[in-house]
Write a protein that binds this ligand. Structure first.
Ligand SMILES: Cc1cc2nc3c(=O)[nH]c(=O)nc-3n(C[C@H](O)[C@H](O)[C@H](O)COP(=O)(O)OP(=O)(O)OC[C@H]3O[C@@H](n4cnc5c(N)ncnc54)[C@H](O)[C@@H]3O)c2cc1C
Length: 427
């Protein structure tokens, strides 16, 4: 029997890979960026346009990790609603956070437009569909908070949700017109293309294994013994954080998000699914998200096992979810199965750290990094240049490892099973 290899529905895209520019000897630059996902590439682009010499170094290939594998949903805001942010952080920071959250979709769609990126996209809206009465109240409240701030959001009844999604079983929800979808692999590769054009140099398949202060510079050592020296560093390793920054990986609960894509569907079937081309996340504790994808395929994603999946059965829960939502798809073939790593924090907010001046870290997107990291990247660069805290909407916090982090796999696995059970009982 041949070994099973996950394959993403996005990677078929013909977007060219950036030419690799390995570190052949020791080098020096103004800004070194560890991680070539959306955050690293957007930060590199912005810094190069400010006239800095920039090196992006990634342990994998551009597009091979979360930024190129995700669901491509472009979502405004954080897990928390504007009123909560203001109550929790006070008027000034809370309002700044809500405003920043609201700006995330524009950051993505605006960049694509301005830079003429070859990225399939739909700014057609994001639907949050409520699976329970409690969730319905929460989604209505969330919509009302944004409506009060001038967003033309719509509160959806059960019938409305059935109509706009074609899916069964929801009690209602809301439609956020700011959101939408992109092709994430094309987006990441296109970011690399324009970053290169701006002068950024990208080394792929190069792991940074050590970072140390060396007089006025940072020295980044690669696994094959080269040293990159830089005035400033951004660590953009997110859910793939390793031991490079002591304690960082232990501040994050890395989860696997799994996705499946159907075979290409006939247009008669597709016409009844998401006729307005919106994307959907539901309100479950273990969120299910779905959309139409490339080649007329239907895509659905959600949490998966922490163990590396080795068999298609590891995606069976998503096949069940697809059939539950769209009984008409009960017999379609699933042609693609893939997964990536998502970083969740205990407070469900992204974290920004500055362990020492000139070293910035951002991580913990809770599965919403497409808009978030696109919008945050230029702000990290501007902060490094000016040290003006106004650039960073989030508080800059210390790296605080989660106690008993070593047991996270057992704990997370049990928590996921428990939350799935509650989600099912609430139906
Ligand atoms: C399956 C899936 C579905 C998702 N769906 C959505 C969605 O629909 N909408 C949304 O907004 N978000 C979604 N997300 C989250 C989103 O993809 C991420 O938040 C976002 O891509 C993070 O970007 P990033 O640049 O911070 O990190 P990443 O894209 O994870 O990049 C980090 C990079 O750091 C590199 N790296 C790590 N350690 C080192 C080292 N020591 N040296 C060199 N390089 C290193 C890694 O190789 C990696 O390429 C999803 C994520 C997954 C996995």
């Amino acid at each position: 029997m041949t070994a099973f290899t996950p394959s993403s529905a996005w990677a078929d895209a013909s977007t060219a890979a950036p030419p690799d520019d390995p570190l052949l000897s020791d080098e020096r630059c103004d800004l070194a960026i560890v991680g070539g996902g959306i955050l690293g590439l957007c930060a590199g682009l912005h810094a190069a346009r400010q006239g800095l010499s920039v090196r992006v170094v990634d342990a994998a290939r551009v597009g091979d990790r979360a930024s190129g594998l995700n669901g491509g949903q472009v979502i405004a805001g954080f897990k928390y609603d504007p009123d909560w942010l203001i109550q929790h952080f006070g008027d000034k920071r809370g309002t700044a956070l809500a405003t920043f959250g609201a700006s995330m979709p524009d950051a993505v769609f605006g960049l694509i437009e301005r830079e003429k990126l070859d990225v399939p996209r739909q700014a057609t809206g994001w639907i949050q569909a409520a699976h329970s009465k409690t969730a319905l109240m929460a989604t209505e409240d969330r919509a009302k908070q944004w409506i009060a701030r001038g967003v033309p959001a719509k509160i959806l009844s059960a019938d409305d949700v059935a109509q706009v999604t074609g899916a069964q079983g929801y009690l209602g929800g809301w439609l956020d017109p700011r959101g939408g979808a992109i092709q994430p692999f094309a987006y990441t590769r296109e970011l690399a293309r324009i970053a290169l054009a701006a002068g950024v140099r990208i080394a792929e398949n190069t792991r940074i294994v050590r970072l140390r202060r060396e007089n006025s510079a940072w020295a980044l050592e690669t696994a094959d013994g080269k040293t990159l020296r830089a005035t400033s560093v951004i660590v953009a390793t997110n859910a793939y954080a390793d031991g490079l920054i002591p304690g960082l990986a232990r501040t994050l609960v890395p989860l696997h998000s799994f996705q499946i894509a159907t075979e290409p569907l006939p247009s008669s079937v597709l016409a009844k699914i998401l006729p307005g081309d919106q994307v959907v996340s539901d309100s479950r504790r273990i969120v299910i998200y779905y959309r139409k994808g490339p080649d007329n395929r239907m895509l659905i994603g959600g949490r998966g096992s922490m163990a590396e999946p080795t068999h298609p059965k590891a995606w069976a829960h998503l096949e069940h979810a697809l059939k539950r939502l769209y009984p008409a798809l009960a017999n379609v073939k699933i042609e693609k199965r893939w997964y990536g790593r998502v970083a969740v924090t205990l407070d469900h907010l992204p974290h920004v750290h500055e362990p020492e001046p000139g070293l910035m870290i951002a991580a913990g997107c809770q599965g919403r990094g497409v808009g978030l990291m696109t919008a945050l990247a230029p702000r990290l660069v501007d902060y490094l240049a000016s040290r003006d805290p106004e650039h960073i909407p989030l508080p800059i916090t210390q790296i605080r490892p989660i106690p008993f982090h070593a047991f996270r796999n057992i704990g997370v696995g049990a928590a996921i099973a428990w939350y799935r059970l509650i989600d099912m009982m609430e139906r």
